[in-house]
Design a binder for this molecule. Sequence first.
Ligand code: MN
Length: 229
Amino acid sequence: MKVTLAATVGTSLLAESACAAATQTQSRSHAFQFIQIPLPYAKEALEPSIDAMTMDIHYSKHHAAYIKNVNDAIVAENISYQAEADFFANASKLSAKARNNSGGAWNHNFFWMVMKPNGGGPPAGKLSDAINGSFGSFEKFKEQFTQAAMTRFGSGWAWLVIDTGKLKIGSTPNQDNPMMDVSDFKGTPLLGIDVWEHAYYLKYQNKRNEYVASWFNVINWDEVAKRLG
Ligand code: MN
């Protein structure tokens, strides 16, 4: 997959330069660094559900800052985890900076991938069967997912996850995610929506319900199905 290859190359380049600087004073292993994936579509591609300016600020400012801040924390705090999953499994041991920004880095890479232009509609095949089996129907799934997105007070995310073979819907605060040991809601994310105001306020102002309803038109179900396996 192109995106993964690009990200992998980026990782090793960044790690090389971080390590080259570090070896000036001490010998240390290569620091793992989070990578911002290239946006898989143009910034205006998800209009009218997500406007180009929101996408631009969200990707280039908010997400870029999470990436920079977690990578700064990794170096400053000598964090030695070598995989994203290790950060989340050990989130309870991270500083607030490392926890919030590792979540922000991963959650947004995931968010860009589970959306696409001309997406939405009901899913097909095995994923459709799984959703119908767990929630009764696609409409019931939509209702429950929307409910999770609407009742997350303040900033956070709503998720569809798989947990020990079962699909579940829930939400997390701030930049936490369901892979974190500190999360009340756990599982492997299949789909997620960012309900921070920065994700919708320019276009929708306080109307989170309209943002969520329109966002269903840009869901990349192929990506969700791939994650279901
Ligand atoms: Mn966001």
